[in-house]
Write a protein that binds this ligand. Structure first.
Ligand code: B12
Ligand code: SF4
Length: 455
């Protein structure tokens, strides 16, 4: 049969005349109403050629090559469940709202499709591009798009705070193949009040007073039953000699908690930063009326909650817990994001840097890898901030020369600096004490067996 004679082809050809005319520019007013009618609580529009989203453009085009505009959308969470100290209640609110963002985005995609406009939901729920793990596993980073779309700004806790709904929102992005006659612009103020309640509530001090974020602290605790925490649990099983040994390592309540996460939906262990945030016009009044009462009602129950908190050994979180939250029980867990090359290892270093441990250290290190043709990296630590560049350091305080394969060992529990200098594992030009101080800014790698040497 000739293609043109196929019944399906004939139907499509006949219908082509009735198709809606392709629109070059959509009306922003019409598009906003369409999004609100399909479940979004607020929306904004950002052209793909805008500076704020330029770094994401290649990934966005990989997801949908026809993208011209990004629709940023938010759905509100119910505040009181998110604030509950009973975290299964808060978790349900997170999961249900993720589903709502995706349902709204899907419905928008379908409605636009009917109008002849190509659209893709870039997915609000947990990222799944696991072939890239531990690299970037998400297709689109919603926060910078929401900021560009004027839907809020990241607060000290790095979540986007909507001017009206506060941080009780989850975000989504729909990619469309059309231009819109209206561009949303960023807010000209930050809704964050800098009250630091998020800092006070976080059990693992992931949020710094200055807005810095300790990725490894949040990831080790809050995400114990996701990704890396799950991998660590499986490795515990593999390492166990017997049922008794396994039970020693993993109490029964942790085993069944893992099962509940696997069979229903993964259980966030905290998210307290979101629970306590008073910012946003709809949220603010009780905080303004009585700050002490607000703290008592929403912050203290989370601070006093008796619970297991997962920490990396010798991390800032471990110190913080002992000092601030004696009612909580720390449990040491391993860092499970493996790194097989110096680039990935150094990226890991940025995620696991312990700013508290680095207090008082101001030094520039140059690391040279002879096995990589003399490639160098400059590691700078200043005012609790780490920066790593793959370039020669200008006037370094210390020069370290070491094979790239051995470099991660320098940060492992039990590495003997003097012994390694004597046997030529590495060489140091400058003050060896500074090398020891460098190691102390991490202290999370390697086996957890036995006593850790003092920092
Ligand atoms: C990666 C990620 C995380 C990471 C890092 C958090 C962070 N601050 O970015 C972890 C796993 C720790 C995390 C935790 C949480 N997340 Co989250 N997360 C994401 C994700 C997938 C991408 C975030 C992103 O854009 N990062 C890049 C830049 C823009 O953010 P950044 O803050 O400058 O970058 C930090 C980290 O991302 C990290 N980083 C940067 N690049 C890379 C690359 C790699 C490979 C890795 C591993 C890390 C990393 O280093 C930076 C500094 O620490 C988005 C979903 C999405 N697809 O966008 C949700 C998202 C940001 N998360 C969200 C939520 C709700 C949470 C939690 C509250 C979860 C919970 N219920 O407990 C906590 C809050 C922690 C916090 N205070 O930030 C919401 C935030 C909603 C809002 N109002 O803003 C989002 C937008 C999901 C959604 N669809 O709504 N999350
Ligand atoms: S809790 Fe306070 S400091 Fe933290 S993000 Fe909200 S307003 Fe900002």
């Amino acid at each position: 049969m000739r293609l043109e004679d196929h019944p399906a082809v004939k139907k499509v050809r006949a219908a082509q005349g009735d198709a809606p005319a392709a629109r070059t520019k959509l009306s922003g007013t019409w598009l906003r109403q369409l999004c609100l009618d399909h479940g979004a609580d607020d929306v904004g529009f950002v052209s793909l050629d805008r500076e704020e989203v330029a770094s994401q453009a290649p990934k966005i085009l990989e997801a949908y090559p026809h993208t011209k505009t990004l629709i940023s959308l938010v759905c509100k969470m119910n505040r009181n469940p998110v604030r509950s100290a009973v975290r299964s209640i808060a978790n349900m609110e997170f999961h249900e709202t993720y589903d709502e963002v995706n349902a709204a985005a899907r419905a928008i995609v379908r409605a636009l499709d009917k109008e002849g406009i190509g659209a893709v939901n870039a997915v609000a729920a947990f990222p799944q591009e696991m072939q890239n793990f531990p690299g970037v596993i998400w297709a689109v980073a919603h926060k910078p798009i929401a900021e560009a779309a004027g839907l809020g700004k990241m607060g000290i806790h790095r979540n986007v705070i909507h001017p009206k709904f506060g941080n009780f929102i989850l975000l989504g992005t729909v990619l469309i193949d059309a231009h819109v006659d209206e561009e949303s612009r960023p807010l000209d103020y930050a809704p964050c009040l800098e009250c630091k309640l998020c800092v006070a509530a976080c059990p693992v001090e992931a949020i710094g007073m200055d807005g810095s974020f300790n990725f490894s602290a949040c990831y080790a605790h809050n995400y114990r039953e996701f990704m890396g925490g799950f991998a660590d649990w499986v490795e515990e099983i593999a390492d166990s000699d017997s049922r008794e040994d396994y039970r020693e390592r993993v109490p029964i309540n942790e085993t069944v908690s893992m099962w509940q996460s696997l069979s229903f939906k993964a259980n966030y262990k905290a998210a307290y930063c979101i629970s306590v945030c008073p910012a946003g016009e709809d949220v603010l009044a009780p905080f303004l009326d009585d700050k002490v009462a607000f703290r008592k009602q929403y912050v203290e129950p989370l601070q006093h909650k008796k619970e297991t908190v997962y920490v990396l050994p010798r991390s800032d979180a471990e110190d913080w817990l002992a000092k601030r939250f004696p009612e909580k029980t720390p449990k040491r867990v391993r860092w499970t994001i493996n790194a097989d090359d110096p680039f990935s290892f150094m990226f890991n270093m940025t995620l696991t840097f312990q700013r508290g441990k680095a207090r008082g250290l101001e030094a520039l290190y140059q690391v040279t890898f002879p096995d990589l043709g003399g490639m160098t990296a400059a590691i700078d630590i200043r005012k609790g901030v780490l920066s790593i560049e793959f370039e020669e350091a200008k006037a370094p305080d210390v020069k370290i020369t070491m094979d790239s394969e051995r470099f991660p060992k320098l940060f492992e529990h039990g590495f003997d600096v003097e012994g390694a200098l004597a046997d030529g594992t590495f060489s140091v030009e400058g003050d060896v004490a500074l090398v020891k101080k460098l190691r102390n800014c991490w202290g999370v790698y390697g086996s957890l067996e036995g006593e850790l040497e003092p920092a």
